[in-house]
Write a protein that binds this ligand. Structure first.
Ligand code: ADP
Ligand code: MG
Length: 465
């Protein structure tokens, strides 16, 4: 089929070995060792390579994230386009415990049966929702840092960033990311345990009541990775904090990984003992911000694809515009739109979205271009004239570009409309400004925060003064 095939001299096995060694040079060491090193080429036919991987996480990760790079690398070796499929190649049957990395602490016997009974979560020792994986986590400027650190912690638990403290508003992906760490380290053979701080508290109280605190301690101090969700709920609970302090120390001293989430940074958790507050900041603190429009659309695309639904980009964009606050709302909005279409047998178009999501529509008056301009001026502490004027100082120029971006995103205004409001600027200037912000948000956390703040102001309920 192909005129020339440079690979003919190499066996599939040899070829894959060569590809692997090239891939190693093209990615972070941790990424390579976690996902690529132990893969094998199972078969090769007509330019299609079937690569065997050890577990489903690796398969999903390779398919979602690394496939383009792997295809390119293989293609450059064989001299023509190739396709790659990843399949789980079950490991030989043996005791899973043998797989686990040797514990750093002398393990005490675990006397208890698993404490988690939720049927939805049964099936893995760490109490994890199967949906909350890295493969299902969309990365954008709002969560890039948190994602990168979580991934790095998963690749080498206990080695750096210990503890990892993730914080952010409700519905922004803290639990998802925390459990993704759990899935990944479990896939690599570590013993992980996920609990909310409420469950930790409840178990502690019940252990005290039934005089089984030794078992309680054994359970929490003999794991490799402890994942505590919503840790702010231990505020004000003295005994829980005392016990958690000792758990923390035991694990940390033994280089076991601890990951915590909270709705706010440690210094903002009131009624938290100082010694815990300071420990929470020992490793790395990373935050999750509300996602921007592009990320929201990407998340909707993934969700729609997962549900096997064909949804046009117009529809997804409108849903993303309406449900901007957090990702939980975004998912709820998509579900609601799909349900409307199904139950009312209506075509899945923007008119349907308007109806289904009427409750989310902002008061139009607050999203007029003039209102956005005023809110932005107020937010930046400048006058509207500064923003529409000719000043070219870097600061004003950037603020002006942020306004262009927000007008485009929140009001869905056209480039000429925005140009007219912003001092009769040309539509190419507006386009350039929007692009600058779109790109800047990706790498500039401060810019990303400012845009999220300003957006939140526009949508927040009118304050009565
Ligand atoms: P939090 O714990 O911060 O309140 P969750 O982790 O429960 O938020 O996330 C809320 C919902 O949004 C979950 O269904 C989760 O899967 C989804 N979600 C959050 N962040 C992302 C993301 N980056 N990509 C895809 N889905 C996400
Ligand atoms: Mg949560």
């Amino acid at each position: 089929m192909y005129a020339s095939d440079n690979s003919s001299s190499l066996s599939p096995k040899g070829l894959w070995e060569t590809a692997r060694s090239q891939l190693r040079l093209q990615m972070a060491k941790g990424t390579y060792e976690t996902w690529v090193r132990d893969t094998i080429c199972l078969s090769h036919e007509d330019g299609e390579y079937v690569i065997g991987v050890s577990n489903a996480y690796a398969r999903d990760w390779l398919s979602m994230r690394l496939r383009p790079l792997i295809k390119r690398t293989l293609a450059s070796l064989v001299g023509h386009a190739v396709d790659v499929t990843f399949v789980v190649q079950p490991a030989p049957v043996h005791d899973a415990a043998e797989d686990a990395p040797r514990p750093l602490l002398e393990a005490e016997p675990l006397v208890e049966a698993p404490m988690f009974e939720s049927p939805a979560l049964a099936g893995n020792g760490a109490n994890l929702n199967p949906r909350y994986t890295f493969a299902n986590f969309i990365v954008g400027s709002s969560n890039r840092m948190a994602h990168a650190v979580a991934l790095s912690v998963s690749e080498r638990p206990g080695a750096a960033y210990n503890p990892l403290f993730l914080y952010g508003g409700s519905g922004l992906g803290k639990t998802h990311l925390l459990q993704a760490v759990g899935h990944m380290v479990q896939g690599a053979g570590y013993r992980a345990l996920y609990v909310t701080s409420d469950v930790f508290t409840t178990e502690l109280i019940s252990a005290i009541r039934t005089q089984t605190t030794e078992q309680f301690r054994a359970k929490y101090r003999t794991i490799d990775v402890l994942l505590i969700d919503d840790v702010h709920f231990i505020a004000g609970k003295e005994q829980t904090q005392e016990e958690f302090f000792h758990t923390f120390n035991a694990l940390h001293t033994a280089n076991r990984q601890i990951v915590l989430t909270s709705d706010r940074p440690p210094q903002a958790i009131t009624l938290l003992e100082e010694r815990l507050r300071s420990r929470f900041g020992w490793g790395m603190i990373a935050d999750l911000q509300p996602p921007n429009l592009e990320t929201r659309i990407a998340i909707l695309q993934m969700k729609a694809a997962t549900l096997g639904r064909q949804v046009s980009n117009d529809v997804l964009t409108l849903i993303a515009q309406r449900a901007h606050r957090n990702i939980r709302d975004l998912e709820g909005a998509l579900t609601r739109v799909l349900a409307h279409a199904e139950l009312l047998s209506r075509p899945l178009n923007t008119a349907l979205v308007e109806d289904a999501l009427a409750y989310l529509a902002p008061a139009q008056s607050r999203l007029s271009l003039e209102a956005i301009l005023d809110t932005a001026a107020d937010y930046f502490g400048v006058s509207a004239d500064d923003l529409t004027g000719r000043s070219r100082t870097a600061k004003i120029a950037q603020q002006r570009q942020i306004v262009m971006y927000i007008m485009r995103e929140a009001a869905g205004a056209s480039l000429p409309q925005i140009g007219a409001v912003l001092g009769k600027r040309d539509h190419t200037t507006i386009m350039h400004g929007c692009d600058r912000v779109t790109e800047g948000i990706e790498s500039d956390a401060e810019l990303s925060r400012v845009v999220a703040d300003l957006r939140a102001r526009l949508y927040e309920p009118v304050r009565v003064r």
